[in-house]
Design a protein. Sequence first.
Length: 490
Amino acid sequence: MTEREIRKAATKLSPIDVYRTLPRTNCKECGEPNCMAFAAKLVNREVSLEDCPPILKKEHEKAYEKLQEMLAPVIKEITLGSGDHSIKIGGKLVMYRHEFTYHNPAAIALDVTDELPLKPRFEGEEALLDRVKKIEDFSYNYIGRNLSLDMIAIRSTSNDPTTFKSAVENVAKATKLPLILCALDPNVMEAGLVAVQDRRPLLYAATKDNWNNMAELALMYNCPLSVFAPNDLNLLKSLAKTLTEYGVEDLVLDPGTFVDEGLSDTVSNFTMVRRNAVKGGDYLFGFPLIGTPITAWLGKIDSKEEVAWKEAYATCILMSRYADIIVMHSLDGWVQLPTIIWRFNIYTDPRKPVAVDSGLFTFGKPNEMSPLMLTTNYSLTYFTVESDLKKFGGDYYLAVADTEGLSVESAVAGRYLTAELIAETVKNSGAAEKVKHKHLIIPGRAARLSGEIEDELKSVGLPGWRVMVGPMDSSGIAKFLDEAWPPKEK
Ligand code: SF4
């Protein structure tokens, strides 16, 4: 099979194709009940081939190679960085996320330049180490997930090998985040590369003028190489062809990012590259894409807020169409929050609602007479309830039922939240042993289950329990408890 045929076939794989090539011993070493279950997860990219220890043995070498070919994504998966801090980019199989969940979220890189002073020389001056720390520490908890930034792009603005090398060394000492080295002069690039040759940085970038020297560096130091051909897809493809024939296997394509009048061309170029790869089987475009909204800062700056705003919207557009790496400059929270939340939403599995763990949660210091409430494990529901309970203060137990990530109303309608499940949750989470009062407060939207729940609680060995119907919205919990807690005995 040609590379083109292999990559096209990966989108049409069925579990049975994969199953036929696995060892088929049903040994369970992969943690799955049998090889068929593993094959189904492999096709869905929920596990990796290396999770099956027997396939890595010498006697299965041919089958392993065949499976690697079968599973090769349309867009090549490339590893940046090394060791525990490496990240994967690309690995896409489709154009649209409703066809198949996107994997490997777009990596967001923030820039530093080699001319920044190591430490501030006067109050308020931006310095290299402070900026690196801010990038590394940036984190935001969104519905239970920690969202953060991924990479640091070190730009040579000095164009001086010694200055660049020193900056790269200092950044590498300060952080384990994967790096992008940005220099168009191969001498400057090599000076920086020597300082981090074991970190597998992305080299940015090969152009029509320097491709030969950059290719030599990529091969010598085994690094991925970015290819830059602004607004010229023919040149981009020609460079990709030349570089792959030269032996560079890991490319990252940059068709150029223009944030003002050129934004529409930019989106169109990114889309054409991805479409040609996924729909047209053009393997020369079958590499990850890098977008550089940082170019917003290149022109005349009248208002920093306006430039940062352009950078933010260009980033969100390019993450949707189809950047695998984004290079940005602004570290402001109002710029980064929408971008990382947008990325989170694009890369969640559209077939699976975002869920939290089920079980018993405590707020404050609850005792045996504290209210016991119930909700579902849909993230947005849970974190809304959690936020309201924290806001009200007080001491509570909260039992969370596993409705496979559905909200209360949907779960009741779809019979994911049933009286049986609620009774089991109260019993199995240990909630019943924590309180003496035998009262369970259920969400107002599950009111119609209240009678049935009392019967089910009895049938799981919890007789005498009463169900109280709480408010329709968790913002009403404080008022509800003021009026109804402690409950009056019958
Ligand atoms: S470890 Fe491999 S051979 Fe064993 S059950 Fe899993 S897939 Fe099958």
